[in-house]
Write a protein that binds this ligand. Structure first.
Ligand code: HEM
Length: 467
């Protein structure tokens, strides 16, 4: 039995759940999907949105077959080629936040827009123009004439997909809890269906465009792999499956990375010495080169402090705070018997802040990840750091997200100065936005929560004076 890491039981609306946070317990649950499964999503009230996409797919053989089709798109050989796209988006984000020019700026929605553009361009060969839309709105709010907006989207033919997501997310939260309330009475439920239908229209357009342009054998983006599988006669990749994967990737591939980036920038804004050290590190390594031409290995291997910033943010602010599984029979976890049907919630957040495994657990200390400090400040990182979880349902986008974070941080920190917004403190909350898997009945629900800030994430950005 693990003394300070024992499972914690809670009951909500008749649903029994047990939080676990010992690495051994988490490994047991996460690595054995035959015993601890994600609960059925097929009848879920959110299936209209995410369908049977990878995150909510509970048919194990089907999940494995689909993952096999998608995996090549997430292998390092494919993802390394996305550096220029990451750089382009980082520069676009820098241009928008520099526009705040010494005023407090909520960077969270801007980071979401940037990561959405990234997944669109790299994953689907499609431009959502989400940041352009923000630049256009910002300029319009500042009273700019239509033609004056450099790179802005005023008058552009774009659909603001972030707005659609905002429409979907709030009513989706009501659906998640599967309350005994007739669906038409749930707040803003019409927005949910309208938002899902609008994103479906965008997806349809995206797939039509791709098919019309033709897919080449050497294309390594996700949508191309799915279409190639279809063309090769792979029976798992139906049109419906393809649509479900795109809905899932738009959500899973953007929110999480955006939140991580926004929390990292927030912490950096409060640590001027570290911010300067990161900027110096990035400038030394990029050395005046166009970052788009810098190999992925350089971003990954030669920026140890920026890697520390990314890791430490994933530790203290894990974008997915927890996930969920359910067991069909009684199971023993950490010396306790957990009755069949109980929700088992591996808590990434609690593990990452646990004092048995992390010295100074509540402090944001990127330097703990430097090789010379790791023995004292991150002695158990190999087993107590699981931002992407482990096992067969772990994050398919892990490598993608980590490289994206490295590149975007390096480019951004070379260009933008960050200062703290006066009297602003982040207040975190976990929202059931992301990667949700939802149950057919009232008795089991499992879901992954996304960490966000209650009142935005404000910093004061400005461009460095050119030297
Ligand atoms: C900082 C960024 C990210 C974090 C912290 C994160 C975290 C996670 C976690 C914890 C899981 C596993 C949940 C479980 O065990 O039940 C997961 C699964 C998943 N993630 Fe991510 N993720 C990130 C970025 C991405 C990106 C960029 C993509 C795609 C482009 C992505 C796509 C997925 C998918 C499809 C799954 C489901 C995998 C499966 O069930 O087989 N994620 N993510």
């Amino acid at each position: 039995m693990h003394a300070t890491t024992s499972p914690v039981q809670m009951e909500m609306l008749g649903t029994k759940s047990v939080y676990i946070r010992h690495p051994e317990d988490m490994n047991l649950v996460l690595r054995n999907q035959g015993r601890f499964r994600k609960s059925e999503a097929s009848m879920s009230r959110l299936s209209a949105w995410l369908g049977n996409g990878l995150a909510s797919n509970t048919d194990l053989p089907n999940h494995a077959a689909v993952k096999e089709v998608l995996l090549p798109a997430f292998k390092s050989a494919s993802v390394k080629g996305f550096v220029p796209a990451f750089v382009r988006s980082a520069n676009e984000l820098a241009a928008v936040i520099e526009g705040a020019d010494g005023q407090p700026c909520d960077i969270e929605p801007l980071c979401r827009r940037m990561t959405l553009d990234v997944i669109g361009r790299t994953g689907f060969g499609f431009d959502f123009k989400a940041l352009k839309a923000a630049a256009g709105q910002q300029a319009a709010a500042n009273g700019a004439a239509q033609g004056d907006v450099q790179g802005g989207a005023i008058g552009d033919d774009y659909v603001d997909i972030i707005k659609m997501y905002d429409e979907i997310l709030e009513p989706a939260m009501w659906l998640v809890f599967d309350l005994p309330i007739p669906e038409p009475l749930l707040p803003n439920i019409k927005n949910y269906y309208r938002g899902v239908a609008m994103v479906d229209d965008v997806i349809k357009k995206m797939v039509e465009e791709k098919r019309a342009n033709g897919v080449r054998e050497e294309d390594t983006d996700l949508l191309s792999f799915m279409i190639k599988a279809q063309q090769g006669g792979n029976a798992v990749m139906t049109d419906k499956q393809l649509r479900d994967e795109l809905q899932t990737m738009i959500l899973a591939g953007s929110d999480t990375t955006a939140t991580t980036l926004a929390f990292a920038l927030y912490e950096l804004s409060r640590n001027p010495t570290l911010l300067e050290a990161c900027r110096a590190e990035a400038q030394a390594v990029l050395g005046g080169r166009d970052p788009a031409g810098v190999p992925a290995e350089v971003f990954q291997g030669q920026l140890p402090l920026i890697t520390g910033v990314a890791n430490e943010t994933l530790r203290l602010y894990p974008a997915a705070t927890e996930t969920g599984r359910v067991a069909d029979k009684d199971e023993e976890i950490g010396g306790y018997t957990i009755p069949a049907g109980t929700n088992i919630l591996p808590s990434i957040y609690s593990l990452h802040r646990h004092e048995d495994f992390w010295p100074r657990p509540r402090e944001w200390l990127p330097e703990r990840w430097l090789p010379e400090n790791a023995p004292t400040l991150a002695p158990h990182a190999d087993k107590a750091f699981m931002p992407f979880t482990v096992g067969p349902r772990s994050c398919i986008g892990r490598y993608f997200a980590q490289l994206e974070l490295q590149v975007v941080l390096a480019v951004l920190l070379s260009r933008v100065r960050l200062e703290p917004a006066p009297s602003f403190e982040v207040e975190t909350r976990a929202s059931p936005h992301h990667l949700a898997t939802f149950p057919p009945g009232h008795y089991t629900w499992t879901q992954t929560f996304t960490l966000s800030s209650k009142k935005g994430i404000f910093v004061v950005p400005s461009a460095y004076a050119s030297t």
